[in-house]
Design a protein around this ligand. Structure first.
Ligand SMILES: *[C@@H]1O[C@H](CO)[C@@H](O)[C@H](O)[C@H]1NC(C)=O
Ligand SMILES: *[C@@H]1O[C@H](CO)[C@@H](O)[C@H](O)[C@H]1NC(C)=O
Ligand SMILES: *[C@@H]1O[C@H](CO)[C@@H](O)[C@H](O)[C@H]1NC(C)=O
Ligand SMILES: *[C@@H]1O[C@H](CO)[C@@H](O)[C@H](O)[C@H]1NC(C)=O
Ligand SMILES: *[C@@H]1O[C@H](CO)[C@@H](O)[C@H](O)[C@H]1NC(C)=O
Ligand SMILES: *[C@@H]1O[C@H](CO)[C@@H](O)[C@H](O)[C@H]1NC(C)=O
Ligand SMILES: *[C@@H]1O[C@H](CO)[C@@H](O)[C@H](O)[C@H]1NC(C)=O
Ligand SMILES: *[C@@H]1O[C@H](CO)[C@@H](O)[C@H](O)[C@H]1NC(C)=O
Ligand SMILES: *[C@@H]1O[C@H](CO)[C@@H](O)[C@H](O)[C@H]1NC(C)=O
Ligand SMILES: *[C@@H]1O[C@H](CO)[C@@H](O)[C@H](O)[C@H]1NC(C)=O
Ligand SMILES: *[C@@H]1O[C@H](CO)[C@@H](O)[C@H](O)[C@H]1NC(C)=O
Ligand SMILES: *[C@@H]1O[C@H](CO)[C@@H](O)[C@H](O)[C@H]1NC(C)=O
Length: 684
């Protein structure tokens, strides 16, 4: 008897020692039955061979979105949303405006031909911008068609791409604003020309930043972070959901460009790779997949029924599918905002703190500062009003917090019930594809985002609060996504307020599982004693491109808001075609402490902070197998990830991890940043 008991005890300890590293079930097989109760009614009910079309009612706008907005066979390709032009300096007749367009086009063509005596591409481009600026200031509504005409007649891109890029409702009206308001002969012009093509002008590097008077107070010499409470709560981190309500079952999942799994009237025979009901590597998240991920969270993270709920959840942006611009609209954006937040509300208890991603706007990636003249300063308020009202409506925000977000680009500073302050930013103000950033680009903070952040951080320091910073587009890594100057300013802010105030920083955007370390003194010395803050990039729910679907859960101390455990979960998208009778399997992928803690000799009771992560990069330098581990997790264990076994790749990866700004990231060897290759050429 005693012997049996001893064996049982041994068995129990064996089980519990395994389970100690796993917060919940090791895997969760989703039921094949679609959870229909999430939505109150359907235009088309879910079937085994058809994605559902739920009826989405917008509680803020008091409208019900029509089926034809999301029906795969009726995707609108003409956008009828309002467009905004800069105010003309004078009122011309139509005939005069048309004559001016002809003069401007022929002048630009002669500049391109070198007839004005200019030879270099950069100076030609800038001279052409001056002509464009004149047109944008005198006949603004004529600029989009003039740009399409110029684009097509010079063969700049294909005729169709010219229309998609420069039609008024795509980016044409936005470019008109940029031309009218930018300093085209200065830094703005160089940014615009390098964005049009890096064969025109090279991308400007970081400008000197005047930090005198930047902060209200110098960094306190004796600053200390609060003490741990010893109490830990679970916090979810979801990112890049990219719901595709237009996903079409059995359509081509291996298309040749852009996002796949969309109906095509041109398709006459069966697809080479028919889109599975749960999703595919080159496609965004169908309803079946998004709800599978959400259904699995409770069991895998140990926050399901009968267990402690997550204390809060962070969502680091991008709700929308990767449609081409002509298929996007305000209504489509609003539909997805309502639908995804509603699904979160159904499966996740506690507040969800969200930021907008570059895809969560229309036109995609565009947001404008309030300081733009006249109505242009409010041209995106419809979106900030909408999401902030939804957050309030879902019980995640009170009226004061929602109001703050609505007037501040959907960003905010709020203190949660545990005492953590969450400060968010709309990272379109540093995203390279937000063309409005090219107006007044020598000022790294036209929107006031960083002024707000500094005020809130100073108040937090004065009040002894700890802060998490949330954004979407990451500040560094290989430095290819944001603009250099705002990330330089951000880096100084992180330095000033870390680690005693800023406990952690979070981003999304790349869809990959990555991390960045911020250091003291602008990153000039990178070691364990200068590491100040860690930037966690959350893995995406969407598989696009060539990635598995995943999410993360942190265990967080309620005194310091440091992270003590980070668990990542994923589903293997590769076997979605073979599922028969069940939904996908979501499973535990890894524990950050278990994966890297021993190799970096990190104490079991110390937080997973910037010092820890710097130690991990040193361990990676000593042991390349750790780089391979990191690389595997980067793609959420996708079988499609390229390996990182060369010394060049390992060196680059460590460099990206130590780069929290564009200046630092661009100084790293390039070409190893993403595991999605062959890269599809579309912005993330
Ligand atoms: C919502 O719209 C319906 C008609 O579509 C209208 O009857 C109703 O009064 C509206 N409700 C509110 C609160 O505006
Ligand atoms: C879509 O349906 C709505 C309502 O049924 C209708 O008003 C609208 O004209 C339709 N749009 C298109 C492009 O068919
Ligand atoms: C042009 O016309 C509009 C509308 O008639 C008017 O509001 C505006 O002041 C005029 N602008 C100039 C520069 O005369
Ligand atoms: C001038 O062109 C606009 C559209 O560009 C049109 O709405 C308007 O009727 C035209 N005015 C005249 C006088 O033709
Ligand atoms: C200048 O631009 C042309 C047209 O895009 C391109 O073919 C050429 O390579 C560019 N020249 C340089 C030096 O980049
Ligand atoms: C830097 O900013 C401070 C405070 O705004 C100002 O007094 C100083 O002149 C600036 N320095 C330079 C070089 O622009
Ligand atoms: C830090 O120094 C300031 C001024 O020198 C002092 O007022 C404050 O009490 C000190 N704080 C701690 C935690 O020692
Ligand atoms: C909303 O919550 C904040 C704390 O973040 C609190 O200061 C404020 O009074 C609350 N406002 C309302 C209207 O409840
Ligand atoms: C990280 O935690 C360790 C152990 O508590 C501590 O020594 C170190 O200073 C911390 N690093 C940062 C940047 O807070
Ligand atoms: C799915 O499984 C059932 C039995 O459970 C089998 O009859 C059927 O052929 C399978 N379908 C496919 C496509 O493998
Ligand atoms: C890693 O990938 C490279 C390039 O695709 C290949 O040549 C090499 O054999 C791979 N190494 C391993 C260990 O799989
Ligand atoms: C920080 O360092 C980068 C180089 O990594 C440099 O371009 C930038 O000007 C520096 N910023 C400040 C404020 O010194």
């Amino acid at each position: 008897m005693a012997k049996i008991l001893a064996v049982a005890a041994l068995l129990c300890s064996a089980i519990s020692s395994v389970q100690a590293d796993i917060p919940g079930a090791a895997s969760y097989t989703v039921s094949s039955a679609f959870p229909t109760s999430v939505f109150s009614s359907y235009y088309l009910k879910p079937e085994a061979t058809a994605e559902p079309q739920p009826v989405i009612y917008d509680p803020i706008l008091n409208t019900t979105f029509p089926l034809n907005l999301t029906n795969p066979k009726t995707i609108p390709t003409v956008n009828t949303d309002p467009v905004y032009y800069p105010q003309a300096v004078t009122n011309l007749t139509n005939a005069t405006s048309e004559a001016l367009v002809q003069v401007a086009l022929s002048e630009i063509k002669s500049i391109i031909a070198g007839e004005g005596g200019l030879s270099g591409n950069c100076s030609k481009c800038i001279a052409a911008l001056s002509v464009g600026k004149f047109l944008a200031q005198t006949a603004p509504s004529y600029v989009p068609d003039a740009m399409i005409s110029l684009c097509q007649s010079t063969g700049f891109t294909s005729n169709a791409s010219c229309v998609t890029a420069y039609a008024a409702g795509s980016y044409g009206a936005i470019w008109t604003q940029v031309l009218a308001l930018a300093d085209v002969n200065g830094l703005d012009g160089r940014y615009i020309c390098s964005t049009l093509s890096t064969t025109f002008c090279s991308a400007p590097s970081t400008s000197p930043l005047n930090t005198t008077g930047l902060f209200p107070k110098p960094k306190p010499a004796n600053a200390t972070a609060p003490q741990p409470s010893g109490e830990r709560v679970k916090v979810l981190h979801l990112s890049d959901f990219h719901l595709d309500p237009r996903y079409s079952f059995a359509s081509e999942a291996n298309c040749s460009s852009g996002m796949c799994c969309r109906y095509s009237s041109a398709m006459t025979s069966q697809a080479v790779f028919p889109a599975p009901i749960y999703g595919a590597y080159k496609c965004d998240t169908p309803y079946y997949l998004g709800l599978s991920a959400l259904q699995s969270i409770g069991a895998l993270t140990g926050t399901g029924s009968g267990q402690a709920a997550p204390a809060w959840t962070i969502y680091t942006g991008d709700l929308m599918s990767h449609d081409s611009q002509n298929q996007l609209s305000r209504a489509y954006t609003e539909y997805i905002e309502v639908s995804v937040y509603e699904m979160f509300k159904s499966y996740i208890s506690g507040p969800v703190y969200s930021v907008l991603g570059n895809h969560d706007s229309s036109p995609e990636a565009i947001d404008g500062p309030h300081s733009m003249p006249g109505p242009l300063g409010q041209q995106f308020s419809w979106n900030y009003d909408h999401v902030s009202s939804l957050w309030q409506n879902n019980g995640w925000f009170n009226a004061t917090e929602a109001k703050q977000a609505s007037i501040h680009y959907a960003a905010y500073s709020v203190k949660n019930e545990y005492g953590l302050r969450i400060i968010t930013m709309n990272t379109d103000f540093w995203y390279k594809s937000n063309y409005l950033n090219y107006i007044n680009s020598s000022n790294p903070d036209v929107s006031g985002t960083f002024k707000f952040m500094i005020e809130e951080l100073q108040a937090a320091e004065d009040a002894g609060e700890r802060v998490w910073i949330l954004g979407h587009v990451l500040s560094g890594w290989d430095g290819t996504n944001p603009l250099a100057n705002p990330t330089d300013l951000f880096y100084q802010i992180i330095d000033r307020y870390s680690p005693h105030v800023i406990a952690n920083v979070f981003f999304g955007h790349t869809h990959e599982d990555q991390v960045m370390i911020y250091y003291a003194n602008n990153g000039t010395v990178q070691n364990t004693s200068t590491a100040l803050a860690a930037g966690w990039i959350g893995p995406s729910v969407t598989p696009l491109t060539n990635l598995n679907s995943g999410y993360r859960m942190y265990e967080v101390d309620t005194g310091t808001f440091d992270i003590y455990e980070a668990y990542t979960f994923y589903s293997d998208v590769n076997n979605f075609s073979d599922l028969n009778g069940t939904g996908p399997v979501y499973q535990f992928e890894y524990s950050t402490r278990e994966a890297y803690g021993n190799a970096s000799s990190w104490p079991a009771d110390a937080p997973l902070n910037a010092t820890f992560w710097h130690g991990v990069t040193e361990a990676m330098e000593a042991d390349k197998s750790l780089v391979t581990t990191f690389n595997t997790y980067q793609g959420k264990s996708s079988i499609r990830s390229p390996n990182c076994t060369s010394d060049a790749c390992a060196e680059a990866k460590v460099c990206y991890m130590r780069s929290g700004s564009v200046a630092l990231g661009k100084a790293c060897p390039q070409g190893f940043a993403s595991v999605q290759s062959p890269y599809t050429g579309k912005n993330f």
